[in-house]
Design a protein around this ligand. Structure first.
Ligand code: ATP
Length: 325
């Protein structure tokens, strides 16, 4: 378990992390989200003692990282994937890390196999691609077989097979082995299918902390998709001050402000035939854009004809495909 209390980090005049308190529980994957510069990496660095809090504390299993006798077997971290001795082979890099904790070659070989690095284990790390470097960073985090894993953008640079592997690995480690997993990513569709719980930060402060479904439900408007051969009639009967009905195609309506049950009852009372009645929850991307719209420090320029802020556009988009939960 990771516990942060009033955790604060100031770099000169920049308050990178502004008094945050949170708990990362074992047995589930906790996603850490936030715009560029929100303070995610700084928070993760403080957890593993690479940065000293200006104020407040953060502990792993009740102790600060530096107080653990065998930190590598307690917490594994992927923070700076390229922070390796470039002249060493992947195997020797892992052996050097393992040696600091008396971990033998057997475990080194296991993690090399787990991370798919077998064929390149003898190659110099300096020549590794971004994805291979990322796999090596994950291997290093796993060497000590730790109870807690902290992964800063672990899927960055990985191919689709690698992304799927990370997803399945962290889910397995949390759900089947009860480990504590804390990971950041900017890929919302991936986070939506990987995390159980989310902590969202912006400008160094916590914006949301809760189960993925509740974070999405709180930050998006639920839509119900209704298909009926009497769509025009149904739309007229549904429309009211609290209900918005948007015809989206022939016979298809998108309804905000009423549940599927309420719509079904209104249709039944009017003897209107329904061919489809589907509640659609918002996507994590919509929720994220809405939650962080005030906290984005580095805005991209709008494309011609696009709203300067993407949040509104996303909030209006019904959730479909892989982002829908
Ligand atoms: N060593 C440092 N010295 C000065 N400022 C720093 C330092 N490290 C981070 N910062 C600043 O602290 C803020 C938070 O940075 P951090 O890297 O923690 O954000 P992040 O959420 O991880 O961002 P990203 O998504 O871009 O990785 C940023 O404004 C950053 O410029």
């Amino acid at each position: 378990m990771i516990e942060a209390h009033d955790l604060t980090k100031r770099y000169g005049s920049k308050l990178a992390v502004d008094g945050i308190s949170f708990t990362v529980q074992p047995g589930r994957v906790t996603g850490f989200l936030g715009p560029n510069g929100a303070g995610k990496s700084t928070t993760m660095r403080m957890i593993v003692g690479l940065d000293r809090p200006t104020h407040g504390t953060v502990t792993v299993n009740g102790r600060r990282y530096a107080e653990h006798r065998s930190p590598l077997t307690e917490v594994g971290a992927l923070l700076e994937a390229k922070a390796v001795h470039t002249g060493r082979s992947a195997r020797n890099h892992l052996r050097a890390i393992a040696a600091t904790h008396g971990i033998g070659d057997k475990r080194v070989n296991q993690v090399i196999e787990m991370t798919g690095l077998d064929t390149v284990a003898k190659r110099r790390v300096g020549g590794f691609s971004l994805g291979m470097g990322q796999r090596l960073g994950i291997a290093a985090a796993l060497v000590g077989d730790p109870q807690t894993l902290i992964l800063d953008e672990p899927v960055n640079g990985l191919d689709p097979e690698g992304v799927l592997w990370v997803r399945n690995l962290v889910k397995y480690l949390a759900a089947s082995e009860g480990r504590t997993i804390f990971l950041s990513s900017h890929l919302m569709s991936e986070m939506a299918v990987t995390a159980d719980h989310l902590i969202v930060i912006g400008r160094g402060r916590i914006i949301a902390d809760g189960p993925v479904d509740s974070v999405i439900a709180q930050a998006t408007t639920a839509t119900v998709r209704v298909r009926s051969p009497q769509a025009t009639d149904l739309a007229a009967r549904l429309a009211g001050p609290a209900i918005t009905v948007t015809p989206s195609a022939d016979g298809l309506l998108e309804v905000h402000g009423a549940t599927a049950a309420e719509i079904g009852e209104i249709a039944a009372r009017s003897a209107i035939v329904l061919h489809e009645l589907t509640p659609l929850s918002g996507s994590l991307e919509e929720a994220y854009m809405s939650l962080t719209s005030e906290a984005v420090e580095y805005h991209s320029a709008a494309l011609p004809g696009e709203e300067p802020h993407a949040a509104g556009a996303h909030a209006a988009t019904p959730a479909t495909g892989e982002d829908a939960r």
